[in-house]
Structures are given as structure tokens and as C-alpha cells.
Design a binder for this molecule. Structure first.
Ligand code: GLN
Length: 561
């Protein structure tokens, strides 16, 4: 196994994840098989308990892993399916070491950070790196490891030490270190400053790791003399100093790396030049350029709870982008804080209320994404009602599907207090209820997580056609509540159809309103499996419906072609 380690220095938020995934893209374009590992030095065992407000979205994997959103970038860029073990956290490592300690596996020895924690890290990396993630058999050729945080953080010290030991044990031909750093520009003269990078490389070297390549982030392209300085003081050949300056969209980053021959430097370091082909990035180039030149846009209202931070819905945003590009459109996403739509807000913050409604009315389609807790639920219900009554295309994801059921029960069935037990445990009409897969009383995690199968109940529905007449689809889940099976009869009679169910027929997975141009709710999260060049069927349906192209599309693709 060959390892490419990506570390970061100077400041956080440099786009280390995008750099690391782009390195993977370029290596893959050279014909190599690539996997990846993300190390998060925090103590949480996984991202499941972390607030989207603070940390961005929780990405969900096929195996139910709740992981850092960077794993989503890897899956999308490399078109792979990762496992929960591809995300290493301090919490997971300590948990495994402490479990072994309790079992007496250390035979009475004092258990210490070095060697026990560092050994656990090395073993974890080496065993996860060989898991195939691209659908083929056998291990990948290269494993890209991204170390979260910045070099010098107290939390990342055991990882740095473990990676130093790993580099030594696998040998120089099998280890390539890329350090991502920032080159700021100061003063009126606009000089590109190399000192922060010099310091962070010095710190890295003091810890026993020497970078083979530098990936320098900057606003403008690096000047030749900046590169010379960096080379001289950081002990890195000038040809290995890469520059990732600002680009119009992130799909340019692999192209930027290729244009600077990054693959050559990496392959040389890893002694892979003889087996690698020249990078083929045709599709990638076409996509990046198409995106830059898109003229027309489509207005999408995103009505959610965590709208302050775009990363909270990162995969939804990416899925919209994939679908829009397939329709040669630029997504124009209007974020609406659901609570601004509520009547209460008309009294307390009338300006916000008016603006939110104006935005909603101007939208060509409405999307209500997933979420937890009752804040903004009233606003989401109003948005679903507006979309349903005015024939505006609507896609409700997870919570968004539950919202549409509550709204329908209240407005159409006249059950004014219909609700989800998540928001009202006393409701006389619980149309959404707690439906754990395991025991209802057993302590521990009760979330339904990861890939589950949905069977289409009829081929005669929009979603089945969008999924190319498939009989079933496997999508990822992350929820506790579901549509109450006892409410299905009345809801269906009134026109809301449940066209996708799980294998037991008890769990509602997809709903549609046949009388509406496009009104779809899904209990799963289709955004997690959307890929550039292979958009999610449902997002595509939403955008096609918003631009009145859905019918024509379904007619031409009727036979699954
Ligand atoms: N809060 C809802 C549930 O737990 C929806 C979850 C979600 O949207 N991811 O079922």
C-alpha cells in the first residue's frame, strides 16, 4: 500500500479536504485505484452528536456511519463508497484501546499514548487502507490520508507521531507527504508572505515529518520568487511546490494540480511512474468548464432550520448542483429560515417575515431538507402547504417528508392537531411516530441509519420512472420517526400515495401527490449518493419539474434508456 498524507498548517479552513480529494482524483485519472481515510483529532467518537450549526452536515455512509462531511467530498470526487472506519477520531482510538485494556489484552503493562495509542492508530490505518471501496476486488493502490486540524495542535500530536512511525515502517517509496499551507498577501505592496509556511514546515520537521510537496493556498497565483523562497527555506524542490490559487469552482482544483504536474511529483515519490498512465481528466474538465459558462438559473427555495451555515446542508447543495448542471442550469439557492415564515414572526420580525414569503413566492421549486427538533416546523408546514396548493414542485427529504404528511393531514383531512410525536407527544392524531428498528425500550442508539431498500409499489409513479423504472432503490437513512402505518389508509384515500415502502411494507419511504406536477417526499436522504455526472434521480426530477421539462424527460426516458 502506498500512502499520501495531507496535513495542514497556518490556519484551518484552507480547503485541505478538497485538496486531498483532488489529489485522489488526479491519481485515479492516472489509472490507479484510490481509497481515503479522514482523521479527525476530536474526542467525539463520531460526528453523529455534532451540531450542524457548528460543524456542518453529518454525512451518512452505506454502513450507517455518521461521519465528517469531508468523507462526502471523497465519495463524490472519487466515486467510492467508504466505511465508517475510514473516519478515524481520537474518540474511536481511545475507545478501542480502553476496551482492550479492560479485557486485559495488555497483560498488566502500563497503557500509554506511546506506544499503545500510536500503535492503535497505525493498525487502524493499515487495516482500513486495504478495504476495497470502488466496487472492485482487492486493496486500492494508494490511500490518501487527510489529517484534520493544523500541525501543532495538541490534539493531533499522537496522530503525527503515529504517522511518523508509519512513514518509517512503510519506507520512503511508499509514503508521500503533502503539506497544505497559506500564503497571505500583506500591505499596499501586496507581497506574498512565506513566513507562516516556513514556520509550520519547521514545526512538522521538528516532529519528524518532512513534506515532499507543498500545496500553497493563495488568492492570486504564486510569483516565481515566492516559490524559490519556499523551496529554499522549506527544503522542498521547486517543482514540488504546488499552488492552489482561488478558482471559479472546486472542480478546477484537480485540473490545477494536473497542470502543475502534481501527479508526476507524487508518482515519482511513490515509485509508481512505471505503472501509471498520463492523467485523463476529460469529463472533469468538461464539467468544470460547463459550470463556469452556465447562463440560465433556476430559483430553489431551501426552507430549513440551519440556514445560517451553508455547510449544514452541504450534500443537498451538491446534489442540487449535480442535477442543475445535468439540465444546463445554475442553481440559485434562496435560503429561508423556516421560522421566518411563521405567523409569530409577522408580529415579532415583520421585515424578515415579509422577505421570507417574498422569496418563497419567487421560487420555482421548494425543498425542505432533513432536520431534528421542533424549531421552524410551523414554517416548514406553511411552505409545504404553499407548494401543494400552488402546484409548485416540492421535494421533502426525511423531515421534509414528515412535514408534508402533517400538513396534508391538517389541511386536507381536517385533523387540526395532527403532528409528529417528535414535536407533540400528546397529539390526538400522531401521523408520524417513533418506529425504531430494534427494541423500543432498549437503551442506546435508536436511529435508523445507513442504506435500506425501498420497493416501488407501482411502476406508474413519477419517482419510479425517474429511477429508470427500477423495482427498488437502496438509499441512505438517518431518522427515528416515520409515517404512522395506521394513518396510511385515510391519507391514501384523500389522494396522498405512498409509492415506495420498505421490504416489510410497514415503513413508508416515498410519497407522491399524483394530482400535483411534482410533490414528492422521501424518508431517505438521496443527496448522499448524488455524484457529479450522475445526479440523484429525485433532485433531477425537482429541477426538471421546476423548469417544466419533466414530462418531456419522462417521455423520452420511459423505457429506462
Ligand atoms: N427528526 C426526524 C426523525 O428523526 C427527521 C430526521 C431527518 O430529517 N434526518 O425522524
Amino acid at each position: 500500500m502506498k500512502y499520501v498524507l495531507v496535513t495542514g498548517g497556518v490556519v484551518s479552513g484552507l480547503g485541505k479536504g478538497v485538496t486531498a480529494s483532488s489529489v485522489g482524483v488526479v491519481l485515479k485519472a492516472c489509472g490507479l485505484r484510490v481509497t481515503s481515510i479522514k482523521i479527525d483529532p476530536y474526542l467525539n467518537t463520531d460526528a453523529g452528536t455534532m451540531s450542524p450549526f457548528e460543524h456542518g452536515e453529518v454525512f451518512v455512509l452505506d454502513d450507517g456511519g455518521e461521519v465528517d462531511l469531508d468523507l462526502g467530498n471523497y465519495e463524490r470526487f472519487l466515486d467510492v463508497r467508504l466505511t465508517k472506519n475510514n473516519n478515524i477520531t481520537t474518540g474511536k482510538i481511545y475507545q478501542s484501546v480502553l476496551e482492550k485494556e479492560r479485557k486485559g489484552d495488555y497483560l498488566g503493562k502500563t497503557v500509554q499514548v506511546v506506544p499503545h495509542i500510536t500503535d492503535a492508530i497505525k493498525n487502524w490505518i493499515e487495516s482500513v487502507a486495504v478495504i476495497p471501496v470502488d466496487g472492485k476486488e482487492g486493496p486500492a493502490d494508494v490511500c490518501v490520508i487527510e489529517l484534520g486540524g493544523t500541525v501543532g495542535d495538541i490534539e493531533s500530536m499522537p496522530f503525527i507521531e503515529a504517522l511518523r512511525q508509519l512513514s518509517f515502517s512503510v519506507g520512503p517509496d511508499n509514503f508521500c507527504l503533502i503539506h497544505v499551507s497559506l500564503i497571505p498577501v500583506l500591505g499596499v505592496v501586496g507581497e506574498q508572505k512565506t513566513k507562516p509556511t516556513q514556520h509550520s514546515v519547521r514545526e512538522l520537521r521538528a516532529l519528524g515529518l518532512t513534506p515532499h510537496l507543498l500545496a500553497c493556498r493563495s488568492a492570486q497565483p504564486l510569483l516565481e520568487n515566492t516559490k524559490e523562497k519556499l523551496s529554499q527555506f522549506c527544503h522542498v524542490p521547486i517543482g514540488n511546490i504546488l499552488n492552489i490559487h482561488d478558482v471559479p469552482n472546486i472542480w478546477h482544483v484537480p485540473l490545477l494540480l494536473r497542470n502543475q504536474n502534481a501527479h508526476h511529483s507524487i508518482l515519482k515519490q511513490l515509485n509508481l511512474l512505471s505503472i501509471a498512465a498520463p492523467p485523463n481528466l476529460q469529463a472533469w474538465t468538461k464539467r468544470a468548464e460547463t459550470y463556469d459558462n452556465l447562463k440560465n438559473s433556476v430559483r430553489i427555495a431551501m426552507v430549513g432550520k440551519y440556514v445560517g451555515l451553508a455547510d449544514s446542508y452541504l450534500s443537498v447543495v451538491k446534489a442540487l448542483l449535480h442535477a442543475c448542471i445535468a439540465c444546463s442550469l445554475k442553481p440559485s439557492i434562496d435560503w429561508i429560515a423556516a421560522s421566518d415564515l411563521e405567523d409569530e414572526s409577522a408580529k415579532l420580525t415583520p421585515k424578515d417575515h415579509a422577505a421570507a414569503w417574498e422569496t418563497l413566492r419567487n421560487a420555482e421549486c421548494v425543498l425542505v431538507p432533513g432536520g431534528f427538533g421542533d424549531r421552524g416546523v410551523g414554517g416548514m408546514i406553511l411552505a409545504a402547504k404553499y407548494a401543494r396548493e400552488n402546484n409548485i414542485p416540492y421535494l421533502g427529504i426525511c423531515l421534509g417528508m414528515q412535514i408534508s404528511v402533517i400538513e396534508f393531514a391538517r389541511s386536507v383531512l381536517g385533523l387540526k392537531r395532527a403532528n409528529s410525536n417528535e414535536f407533540d407527544s400528546e397529539t390526538p392524531n400522531p401521523v408520524v411516530i417513533f418506529m425504531p428498528e430494534g427494541s423500543r425500550t432498549h437503551m442506546g442508539s435508536t436511529m435508523r441509519l445507513g442504506s435500506r431498500r425501498t420497493l416501488f409499489q407501482t411502476p406508474d409513479c413519477v419517482t419510479s420512472k425517474l429511477y429508470r423504472n427500477a423495482e427498488y432503490v437502496d438509499e441512505r437513512h438517518r431518522h427515528r420517526y416515520e409515517v404512522n402505518p395506521e394513518a396510511i389508509g385515510v391519507l391514501e384515500e384523500a389522494g396522498l400515495k405512498f409509492v415506495g415502502k420498505d421490504e416489510t411494507g410497514k415503513r413508508m419511504e416515498i410519497l407522491e401527490l399524483p394530482s400535483h406536477p411534482f410533490y414528492v417526499g422521501v424518508q431517505f436522504h438521496p443527496e448522499f449518493k448524488s455524484r457529479p455526472g450522475r445526479p440523484s434521480a429525485l433532485f433531477l426530477g425537482l429541477i426538471l419539474a421546476a423548469t417544466k421539462q419533466l414530462e418531456a424527460y419522462l417521455n423520452t426516458h420511459q423505457n429506462g434508456c
